[in-house]
Design a binder for this molecule. Structure first.
Ligand SMILES: Nc1nc2c(ncn2[C@@H]2O[C@H](COP(=O)(O)OP(=O)(O)O)[C@@H](O)[C@H]2O)c(=O)[nH]1
Ligand SMILES: [Mg+2]
Length: 471
């Protein structure tokens, strides 16, 4: 083009480049570089968008759906035999008020009908007052357990001096709760030792509660029974991104376990790998560098990056046999040995999530999308099923004024979606990005690229069909 050769634009350089380009060798090098670049882009595309893509389930239907739609006739359900299950709450004596509020809420929304036992765990002796108040509040049996010291403590062989050095470093690096020894103990405990507790041996399922969380829908069926009936091993509500500086080497350690145990790259595991960020810039040689030479944070040895997605483990309903089984316990020991529970601040939530995506099939996971749940600052709250609220049911009781209106396609029972920071819809499952990705292996019907852009994620209350916020 004429303006390109304007002397004031290219000047003497243009004649040099023209002469250079006439040289056969330079032309050859240029062509080879262009070819390498093209092949790199193609390879990066193939790796991230084809070999790491997640196929739809072979069964040709969704492998996970809500267990029920709307409210159920509880009077028929409570006469059935109960599952072998327990509600568990780890707490401190100082959290009495928050613990009581949570238990009252869970009793009101669920346990007053089903009367499951509640097991309270503490690393210190329980105060008389805590035990008295909880015994009054729980409708089933209330049990109190003190965690033995060896179980609630640092990884074997880690001296206090080294541990304190790690905690100081994490404080300087601004790692969330990284400076609190008790928090590290709690994360390590829930990641592994919890499952070996004598007090849990008699049970098959647990439901984890935390002081201060709240439930906003009635649960008029037995979730444990449904888990058993459908072969589900891990149930969750909220999925979101982990804080990157809490666990720089966690993904590498889990993937190392995968390769050592010859576990293939199956769809459920692929759902944990980032295929979106800068995929164009990561052809094989760059991945090799990222994985082997640079040992970058959140990368495995093959240069694939964890998307940081995980389920929030402050709510869990899960099968204890899976977690106390040989494979999970070997994984926990592998992680514990690598030192990351203290050198870094690995949370039990990403540990559980990476583990269930590595060791379980997609159909064994369950999204409790019908459970309204709030733990500051995130929440989920489903739409109420139209015409299925059993408003005259004596056993469920009178409907509250706060009940959200019924909607076509909803499946909640008497949900009250005005909880927490409900005006800020970004707090709702981070608008479902992680949820969508982690559910892909089980999803036959999926949100399209366009739906995702328009924020039309499944189970989202508060947005209309055009993705606009409903006021
Ligand atoms: N007994 C006891 N419980 C703890 C301790 N640290 C945390 N927890 C419990 O562990 C759970 C998670 O702690 P929390 O402070 O809610 O952490 P976050 O939700 O991750 O910010 C809650 O059930 C707490 O009561 C501790 O030092 N002792
Ligand atoms: Mg909490």
């Amino acid at each position: 083009m004429k303006f390109l050769s304007a002397p004031f634009l290219l000047g003497p350089t243009s004649s040099i480049s023209r002469r250079l380009f006439r040289s056969r060798r330079v032309r050859f090098l240029f062509k080879v570089s262009a070819l390498i670049l093209l092949l790199s882009v193609l390879e990066a595309f193939y790796h991230s968008q084809v070999s790491l893509s997640i196929p739809r389930p072979a069964e040709q239907h969704n492998l996970d759906e809500p267990f029920t739609i709307g409210c159920q006739d509880v009077s028929k359900l409570v006469t059935r035999p109960r599952e072998n299950a327990v509600l568990v709450m780890l707490a401190r004596n100082s959290e009495l008020q928050e613990a009581r509020a949570t238990i009252r809420n869970v009793e009101d929304k669920f346990n007053k009908w089903f009367k499951y036992p509640v097991l309270f765990l503490n690393n210190e002796p329980w105060s008389e007052e805590f035990m008295r108040v909880m015994k009054e509040t729980v409708s089933g049996e209330a049990k109190f357990e003190v965690i033995p010291e060896g179980i609630w403590g640092p990884t074997e062989g880690l001296t206090e001096e080294v541990m304190n050095k790690y905690l100081k470093q994490q404080e300087a690096d601004g790692v969330y709760k990284g400076q609190i020894a008790g928090y590290h103990h709690m994360c390590r405990f829930y990641s592994g030792e919890f499952y070996s507790l004598e007090a849990l041996k008699e049970y098959k399922y647990y439901w984890r509660l935390e002081p201060g969380v709240s439930y906003s829908c009635s649960l008029t069926y037995d979730p444990f029974l449904e888990m058993a009936r459908r072969g589900k091993k891990y149930g969750y509500t909220v999925a979101l991104w982990e804080e990157p500086n809490t666990c720089p080497s966690l993904f590498r350690a889990v993937d190392e376990f995968r390769t050592q145990n010859n576990i293939p790259m199956h769809p459920n595991w692929k759902a944990m790998i980032d295929t979106e960020t800068n995929w164009l810039l990561k052809p094989a040689p760059i991945r090799w560098l990222l994985g082997k030479m640079l040992r970058r944070e959140h990368y495995n040895i093959k240069g694939e990056k964890w998307n940081l997605c995980h389920y929030w483990s402050n709510f869990e309903i899960a099968d204890l046999d899976f977690f106390r089984g040989d494979q999970y316990q070997r994984l926990f020991k592998h992680l514990d040995k690598s030192g990351g529970f203290y050198r870094e601040r690995w949370g039990d939530a990403p540990v559980h999530s990476l583990a269930v995506h590595l060791l379980l099939e997609a159909k064994e996971l369950h999204h409790f999308s019908d459970i309204g749940y709030y733990h500051h600052p995130f929440w989920q709250c489903p739409q109420n099923a139209k015409g299925r609220q059993l408003l005259d049911d004596v056993m469920i009781g009178e409907a509250s004024q706060k009940m959200t209106e019924e909607q076509e396609g909803g499946f909640g029972c008497r949900c009250e979606c005005g909880l927490g920071n409900s005006d800020d819809f970004r707090m709702r499952n981070n608008r479902g990005i992680c949820l969508e990705r982690m559910q892909q292996p089980a999803a036959w019907t999926r949100a399209s690229w366009w739906d995702l852009r328009r924020r039309r994620w499944p189970y989202t209350v508060g947005f209309d069909n055009e993705g606009k916020k409903v006021v």
